[in-house]
Design a protein around this ligand. Structure first.
Ligand SMILES: *[C@@H]1O[C@H](CO)[C@@H](O)[C@H](O)[C@H]1NC(C)=O
Ligand SMILES: *[C@@H]1O[C@H](CO)[C@@H](O)[C@H](O)[C@H]1NC(C)=O
Ligand SMILES: *[C@@H]1O[C@H](CO)[C@@H](O)[C@H](O)[C@H]1NC(C)=O
Ligand SMILES: *[C@@H]1O[C@H](CO)[C@@H](O)[C@H](O)[C@H]1NC(C)=O
Length: 161
């Protein structure tokens, strides 16, 4: 529930900052896997974009991507070889390590400029699986309580008359 509220609040912040949103694909990022910070809501064709580690500033640039340059992608001071800019403005991070956990911000120049941030938390693989298992167990308990309350599994009641 807290997670859901946080998502709603983050989404509202993103809408306020422009109409860009970042979605993590897959949404549980685990060590050794890849994650894409997928940017949607870009208005028109992209001219350029920059990804930052944390707040946008010259010293926080991970990559600069300019469509008209060859190659389009240039490293910034916070570059790391596992961070790859994709033509659609998204950032692919390969070979995930826990130290990649951070806030990532993108600024996009398109027909209208936009900015969005996302929090990346790299989990141990077990935690991602546990998260799913926990949800399934919570669901099972909810169903069980629902059936109990509605008397489906309650013992028959004999009236004495
Ligand atoms: C991660 O992405 C790289 C580059 O696209 C690819 O070569 C690699 O197979 C991917 N790894 C996984 C675990 O999907
Ligand atoms: C951007 O491209 C990547 C790689 O092709 C893809 O996984 C991702 O879904 C794309 N994002 C959007 C918003 O289309
Ligand atoms: C985007 O680029 C394509 C191909 O370069 C072009 O045909 C189209 O008109 C462009 N759209 C806008 C909104 O500039
Ligand atoms: C890329 O990152 C390395 C450190 O990881 C740094 O030494 C180098 O200066 C960076 N490249 C640019 C163009 O800033």
């Amino acid at each position: 529930m807290t997670g859901y509220l946080l998502t709603v609040l983050l989404s509202l912040c993103m809408v306020a900052a422009g109409s860009l949103t970042i979605k993590l694909k897959p949404d549980c990022a685990s060590v050794g896997k890849n994650v894409t910070l997928s940017v949607s809501g870009i208005n028109g064709n992209i001219t350029s974009f920059t990804w930052y580690l944390g707040e946008p500033s010259a010293s926080n640039q991970i990559i600069n991507y300019a469509v008209s340059f060859t190659p389009p992608s240039a490293p910034g001071p916070k570059n790391f070889s596992d961070a790859i800019g994709l033509p659609n403005g998204s950032l692919l991070i390969t070979n995930l390590k826990t130290e990649y956990s951070n806030t990532y911000t993108v600024q996009v120049q398109a027909d209208t400029p936009g900015q969005a941030s996302a929090e990346l938390t790299v989990q141990s693989e077990d935690k991602c699986k546990t998260g799913l298992l926990t949800s399934l167990m919570e669901l099972a308990v909810m169903l069980w309580e629902f059936f109990l309350r509605n008397g489906i599994y309650s013992s028959p009641v004999y009236t004495d008359n």
